[in-house]
Design a protein around this ligand. Structure first.
Ligand SMILES: [Zn+2]
Length: 240
């Protein structure tokens, strides 16, 4: 099945879209230079994201058959169409996200299509770092050292942070993903660890869209708003 049939996450705007095909061309793979009636081919497709209008370039291997009386031919056996340009997600993040965290999120996003498992591992490391840096109550019974696994960090958050219902729901869902919740900083990786693309995507999108908002963007916006109110109040006193 091709990406264009099932839709893709646009690497520019990160929306799930079904790109509009703009142009297709088939190149026969006749290595000896002689193009035959039928053979292997590469099909190249230029498509456009209906959401952000950026162009995407796909390639897929298949076979072709010449059709009498027609300039082109028929293609078949097309499978697993690949996005070849842009070759990775161009993740756009709010400027309020600290650079080290933004860099880690971009890394996890970049390898999402190439290796969902690698992406999930980078995401889990980032997720734990955010939870431990910004959501740790040291007065709690289970302090930082006692929290060994991702599941421990999630427990700590669920117990100590009231509100934030969306975050809690997502964290509970992530905890159900295979053996990810049991991963610890000290233990090695299980040999059979494998994360599917949908799960890996859920984790990085949760971090980027929900957790970053809660940890960095909303508090900074609140500070900016307070600073603005203070300035306005000072100006008002001056006018009085
Ligand atoms: Zn787009």
């Amino acid at each position: 099945m091709s990406y264009l049939e099932v839709g893709i996450t646009c690497p520019y705007c990160q929306m799930l879209t079904q790109p509009t095909i703009k142009h297709r061309s088939t190149i026969p793979l006749a290595l000896d230079g002689v193009v035959r009636e039928k053979g292997d081919c590469m099909l190249f497709t230029v498509a456009q994201c209906p959401n952000c209008a950026n162009l995407l370039y796909f390639a897929v291997k298949g076979f072709y058959k010449k059709v009498r009386g027609r300039r082109g031919g028929e293609t078949g056996g097309l499978n697993n169409q690949r996005l070849i340009y842009p070759s990775y997600m161009q993740l756009q993040l709010d400027h309020r996200v600290p650079p080290a965290f933004a860099r880690a999120a971009k890394e996890a996003y970049t390898c999402l299509d190439i290796s969902p498992t690698a992406s999930a591992l980078l995401s889990v490391r980032l997720l734990r770092r955010v939870l431990r840096t910004f959501f740790t109550k040291e007065s709690s019974e289970r302090n930082r050292e006692e929290r060994v696994t991702l599941s421990d960090d999630i427990d700590h958050f669920l117990i100590h942070y009231s509100g934030a219902r969306i975050l809690k729901r997502s964290l509970e869902k992530i905890r159900e993903f295979g053996s990810l919740a049991a991963l610890s900083n000290t233990g090695g990786l299980p040999e059979d660890l494998e994360v599917c693309r949908e799960e890996a995507r859920f984790i990085i999108e949760f971090i980027v869209n929900e957790l970053f908002s809660f940890a960095f963007i909303l508090p900074r916006k609140q500070q900016e708003m307070e600073a603005m109110l203070n300035r306005a109040a000072r100006n008002y006193e001056f006018v009085e």
